[in-house]
Design a protein around this ligand. Structure first.
Ligand code: PMP
Length: 367
């Protein structure tokens, strides 16, 4: 039988595993930070309407520059992000994963490197590998905050071309203070200058504000966002970035022509028309998230303060064994390979109750 390694795959891909959050069929799935609420019926209707219209033109390629969609995204950011942005500041792609891939194709690549502070979103390293960008795992403190002194040293030593800052961070949930992001930006500029990608996939769930205003006067700073979480539209695959217009021009060099299908653009536009309704779910999820934090702590767990729609909790002598025991009780959480810790996404109140019941019965945490 021919296996992957029998094919002439690139050396850096040999023996590696793909991204693989388990997609198991269990009653309560709280493992991939999705929004648990299905889209409201009026929005489903609106999507159907918009897609029907788009379908009439599917013989043609879609708007390559997604002008209407980027204009609406810019309006959303201006309204919620504390900073005025226009079409020229915004770029969109199939999920923020593709946004990040385009950024690494543009600013990383063979002979270049990117740094991220681990544990963080594992796809940053995987997309680096896929684009031939060298990956530098940067340090964090014991409590999962960024160790600024060590981060500065790593940036000065490795002079990376791209610096990732995920805030709120995944899987740990903590937000990075704006002063830390600014200090990292300064360090990155002094060392190279490099691009700093602020991954704000979860920012709508944060107690604090978006770092969007920091793009002003900082052409090397990119804020990456997604409709997968706050908009409850992970299946849509729509991510976007805000940055200096030169960054938007630069990613045009690598994007595939017509990368955003007409169906995707129509669906995203419909969802943006329902922003206010969707953001109400975010408020419910934030209070459920806070309840998870409080109840886990009351049960004796250690919990990292969360600004996201998920919570990292522990500690376990054996996190994988705990993951399995929770699964045996019909609840799927995430083992991100952070020793001693697991991550749970905020679900509906009923799902969260099922999760809390399951973890209250566990006896393998180190209390
Ligand atoms: N960034 C972070 C920090 C994430 O956790 C995720 C999804 N889990 C993404 C980006 C990618 O999301 P999407 O491609 O669905 O926009």
């Amino acid at each position: 039988m021919t296996r992957i390694d029998d094919l002439p795959v690139r050396d850096e891909l040999r023996g590696k595993s793909p991204y693989g959050a388990p997609q198991l069929d269990v009653p309560v799935r709280l493992n991939t930070n999705e929004n648990p609420y299905p889209l409201p019926e009026p929005l489903v209707e609106r999507i159907a309407e918009r897609v029907r219209e788009a379908a009439r033109d599917l013989n043609r390629y879609p708007d390559r520059d997604a002008v209407e969609l980027r204009t609406r995204l810019a309006e959303y950011l201006t309204r919620t992000g504390g900073h005025r942005v226009g079409l020229e500041n915004v770029w969109a792609a199939n999920g923020s994963n593709e946004v990040i891939q385009q950024l690494l194709q543009t600013f990383g690549g063979p002979g270049r490197t990117a740094i991220g502070f681990e544990p963080s979103y594992s796809m940053h390293a995987l997309i680096a590998r896929g684009t031939g960008t060298g990956w530098i795992p940067g340090p964090r403190n014991e409590d999962f905050t960024i160790d600024l002194a060590a981060a500065r040293r790593a940036i000065a030593e490795h002079r990376p071309d791209v610096v990732f800052v995920t805030t709120p961070n995944n899987p740990t949930g903590n937000a990075v203070p704006p002063e830390t992001v600014l200090a990292l930006y300064e360090a990155a500029q002094a060392a190279k200058p490099s691009m700093v990608i602020v991954d704000e996939a979860y920012v709508e769930f944060s107690h604090g504000d978006s770092l969007l205003p920091l793009i002003e006067g900082r052409p090397h700073l990119v804020v990456s966002r997604t409709m997968s979480k706050a908009f409850g539209a992970a299946g849509l695959r729509l991510g976007y970035l805000a940055a200096h217009p030169a960054v938007v021009d630069a990613v045009q060099l690598v994007r595939l022509p017509y990368h955003l299908s007409a169906v995707t653009q129509a669906t995203a536009l419909a969802a943006l028309e329902h922003t206010d309704t969707l953001l109400k779910y975010v408020e419910q999820l934030k209070s459920e998230r806070d309840r998870l934090v409080a109840e886990l702590r009351a049960t004796g767990y250690e919990v990292i303060e969360s600004d996201a729609n998920f919570v990292q909790f522990g500690r376990f002598a054996d996190a994988h064994e705990a993951w399995r025991k929770i699964l045996d009780r019909g609840v799927l959480v995430r083992d991100n390979g952070v020793p001693g810790w697991l991550r749970v996404s905020t679900g509906t109140p009923q799902e969260n109750d099922a999760f809390l019941d399951a973890v209250r019965e566990l006896e393998c945490f180190v209390g």
